[in-house]
Design a protein around this ligand. Sequence first.
Ligand code: AMP
Length: 396
Amino acid sequence: MKKLTIRDIDISNKKVLVRVDFNVPFSSDGKIADDTRIRAALPTIEYLLKHNCLIVLISHLGKPKGKIEAKYSLQPVAQRLSELMNKNVVFASDCIGADVENSINQAKPGDIVLLENLRSHIEEEKNEPNFAKALASLSEIYVNDAFATAHRAHASTENIARYFTTPVAGLLMEKEIEYLSYVVEQPKSPFIAVIGGAKIKDKLGVIKNLLPKVDALLIGGGLIYNFLKAQGLDIGNSIYQPEMLDQAKDLLSESKLRLPVDVMITDKVDVNGNTKIVKADSIENNWAGIDIGNETVKIYTDIIKTARTVVWAGPIGVFEIDRFAAGSKAIAETIAETTKNGATSVVGGGDTVACLAKFGLKDKVSFVSTGGSASLEFLEGLELPGIKALKDKELK
Ligand code: AMP
C-alpha cells in the first residue's frame, strides 16, 4: 500500500472529515434497497470511534443537480447508519455553511455527524476550489474512504485534499487499493482474467492492460460477439458495438485471449424464448447469443481451476434470466472453488457483484470491490484522481 491510511497517523481525539460513498439504491417505497455501501464504511467509522474522534461524514447520493431535493436526501442513510451502529447520528441539512458549523461545534469526540448530499451544490462535481475549501474548513483531518467515487475528480474527492498536509485513506479504500493493486501489479501466476458484460467499450482498456500480465483471458457476455464479428462470422441478432470492431480485430492475434467454442442462442431475449447451443461459428440469423455453451463452460472452468489469481469483471451471459445464467453460475462456482483451494480472487466492475450475489457466493471470493467504474479504471491501469490526491507513504 503506497498511500498513508488512518492507521499511519496520530488521529486520536481529532475532528475528522470522512468522504464515504453512501450512494445507496432506494426501492419505490422510499426504503434503502441495499445498504452494502453503508456497511462497507463501518470499519473506518469504528476505528475512528475507538480513537475518540469526532466524525463528520460526507457523501453524494444520486444526481440532484445542484439543489436539495427530498428524494436525494441522505436523511434515511443517517437513520440506517444509526441503526447499524446502535448510536445516534446527527444529520445536518446542508454540507457547508453556518448551520453545519453549528452542528459540528455542538458535537463532541465520539459523535457522528452526517452532512447532506454533496451534489446538492453544483460546485461538487465541478471540483470547485472554494467549495472544497469550505468543506475542508470543517475538520482537522481528511479521510477518503469512497473508493467507488475515486475515479471522479470532484471537490470532495480531489480538490479538498489540497487543504490538508496529510490526506489519508480509510480502511475500505486501503483494502480496495491492496487487492486491485495485487491483481494489476504482482499477481501470482497462473493468473486468469474473466471479462464479460454488455459492452466491449467499457472493458477494452481492462483487456488491453491485463493481457500482458495474464496466463489466459477468458471472454464472456456480449463482448464475445464483437470478436466473432471481427473474425467475419455471422452473429445474428447478438449485441455488438460496430465502432469497436477494428479494435476487437487488433486483439484477435493475442494467443492468451480465449473465445467460446460454443454459445447458447435464443430467438427472443426473454423468459419465453427458444434456446439452443450451437458452435460459435454457426449462430443463426435472427437468433442472439445470450450465454456460453457447455463445451466452453468445461474449457473455461478447467482453466480457472489452475489459477492462483483470478479477476472477474462482467457477467458471462444474460444472468438475470435463469435460463441464460448457466455459464455465469458455473464461472462463479468455479471461482469460489478455486478460492477455497488457495487462489486469490477479486470480483468487481459492472453487474458482476449482482451476479455473484444471485448465486449466494459473495462471501466465497477473496474480495468483492465496491467500485463499478472505479474498479474498471483501476484494472485499466489508470490513476484514479481520488487516490492520487492522498498522501504517499515515504519510501524507506
Ligand atoms: P456490465 O454492466 O457491462 O458488466 O454488463 C452486465 C450486463 O451484461 C448484464 O445485465 C447482462 O445481462 C448483460 N449481458 C451479458 N451477456 C450478454 C449477452 N450475450 N447479450 C446481451 N447482454 C448480455
